[in-house]
Unconditional design. Structure first.
Length: 489
């Protein structure tokens, strides 16, 4: 087994013990990236990565990210490296600055080896809409299954052993759903906990920086580095950053968990129900109190519509700068209208155009009250309900998705309860801006299934404490994803 298949913690130990150097590790990661079979990359940064890794010669024992290779989703600005967000509208766009998270990782001496594919402009959840085509789930070597999106390439890169962690972004579930399909830990902290400066906006009231790791320890130490106030991002929080890994070994006895009954009831996959029920018993065995609570089916089945109205409206407004003048290549035209028309007609896929049509329609003066403002009011109701549940409980616990990664040919019935509730509930964490983490639960025929815990705002430390306890119960920690077949729950 290569070091690249292990967790951040184990790779760090190997680097400190000088079993391997950052340059050797980087070269191996680059080699694996070039051998990638999942279509995970927009750009492999051979020269930049090797040059940086070569400067890392003295191991830093108290810096857990020293010399660790990673992958960044291609919607983070990277100075001097083309960044397209997998959209033709940004072909040739080379940012002149690094996103704050990229800067922080550089300062922590982690080595960015590649930029990963995404659903175009981070909209979508299938990993199929980017300009490079489908990204495949490495857990299915026949390439029949999706890895989910929009952070498809980042999930695939970690799952196929190119790097032990990868940055993603999460507006509705774009880290936490692919994490479930990939058998990884997928984390999105509280809104404002990580600066979004340099992350291409999709829907800023919902956008979060998130990331994939192989274990909870990795997720916690990464937050130590990424979190914090940033003067470039007025929405970043001034709350002090904590040592997020401090409580990982502490017992969870006495904690209270709420399971959303309507969501569990809408899951038709019997295997998942069985494993999920076993996990509840295991949590109870640790002294955790588990309550099944109602959320209201009407409210839950309105999540998707509410999300689509708000996110498309915000995206339409934010992406107005992609006009062939401010951003995007000139594709002909004499007047501003013509230039914009040509750039946008050629630069966006049908999928994106459809979302802009929805967004513009919801924002039209005559429709605002009925659509946009109504969705905002419904969001407020949803958030109120989430916070009411979290008043009496430390966490909300649910399956992260209705089952294993779907086949590309599988079309879901978009009006079924399973789709409306079981497939779309992770956006609760974006509506309310709460920390939320997906963890591997089990494997069905070699394909992973994940669960999700969501906690109170800024209680990431406690969320990691619970996650670490869960990871001990599931037995799915600190191994490469290809070895993760024997779950305990
Ligand atoms: N799947 C959702 C969408 O289609 C979420 C995307 C995201 O979180 N970026 O927009």
């Amino acid at each position: 087994m290569s070091h690249l298949d292990s967790s951040i913690k184990d790779i760090h130990a190997a680097l400190v013990a000088k079993e391997i150097t950052p340059l050797e590790l980087t070269e191996e990661a680059l080699k694996r990236a070039h051998e990638d079979k999942s279509n995970a990359f927009e750009m492999i940064c051979d020269e930049e990565a090797k040059a940086f890794a070569a400067t890392l010669t003295e191991p830093e024992a108290d810096n857990p990210l020293w010399g660790i290779p990673y992958v960044a989703k291609d919607n983070f600005s990277t100075k001097g490296i083309e960044t397209t967000a997998s959209s033709d509208i940004l072909t040739g766009y080379v940012p002149v600055f690094d996103a704050t998270v990229i800067k922080k990782l550089k300062a922590a001496k982690a080595v960015m080896i590649a930029k990963s594919t995404l659903d175009e402009l981070a909209m979508g959840g299938t990993g199929t809409t980017g300009h490079k085509g489908k990204t495949y789930n490495p857990n299915d070597p026949s390439h029949g299954r999706m890895i989910g999106g929009s952070s498809c390439g980042s999930a695939a890169a970690v799952a196929e052993g190119v790097a032990p962690f990868a940055l993603g972004s999460d507006t509705g579930d774009s880290v936490r759903k692919p994490a479930s399909y990939a058998g990884l830990v997928g984390m999105k902290p509280t809104w404002g906990r990580i600066s979004r400066y340099g992350l291409f906006p999709f829907a800023p009231s919902l956008d979060h920086v998130g990331y994939f790791t192989r274990d909870v320890y990795g997720a916690a130490v990464l937050l130590d580095v990424l979190a914090g106030r940033d003067l470039h991002d007025g929405t970043s929080s001034e709350k002090p950053v904590e040592k997020y890994e401090a409580d990982l070994d502490r017992p969870v006895k006495g904690m209270k968990v709420a399971i959303l009954k309507d969501i569990v009831d809408s899951i038709t996959d019997k295997g998942l129900r069985r494993h999920f029920d076993a996990s509840v018993k295991a949590l109870e065995g640790e002294g955790v109190t588990v309550d099944y609570v109602g959320f209201g089916r009407d409210l839950l089945s309105s999540l998707y519509a509410t999300y689509i109205v708000i996110s498309c409206a915000e995206a339409t407004s934010n992406d107005a700068n992609l006009d062939g003048i401010k951003f995007g290549p000139f594709r002909g035209g004499k007047t501003y209208q013509e230039v914009m028309y040509n750039a946008r007609t050629k630069g966006f896929s049908e999928f994106i155009k459809r979302r802009f049509v929805i967004g513009s329609y919801c924002l039209m003066r005559e429709n605002q009250e009925e659509l946009f403002l109504r969705a905002q009011r419904n969001r407020a109701k949803i958030v109120e309900k989430v916070n009411a549940i979290l008043k009496d409980h430390d966490f909300i616990y649910v399956p992260a998705a209705p089952g294993v990664a779907p086949l590309f040919t599988q079309v879901s019935d978009k009006l079924s309860d399973e789709y409306l509730m079981a497939d779309n509930h992770l956006c609760l964490g974006n509506f309310a801006g709460l920390p939320s983490i997906t963890l591997p639960l089990c494997y069905e025929n070699g394909l992973p299934i994940g669960v999700n815990f969501m906690g109170r705002a800024f209680e990431e430390r406690k969320l990691f404490q619970m996650s670490a306890a869960f990871e001990r119960l599931s037995g799915l920690a600190e191994t490469s994803s290809s070895d993760k077949k024997e779950a305990r729950l």
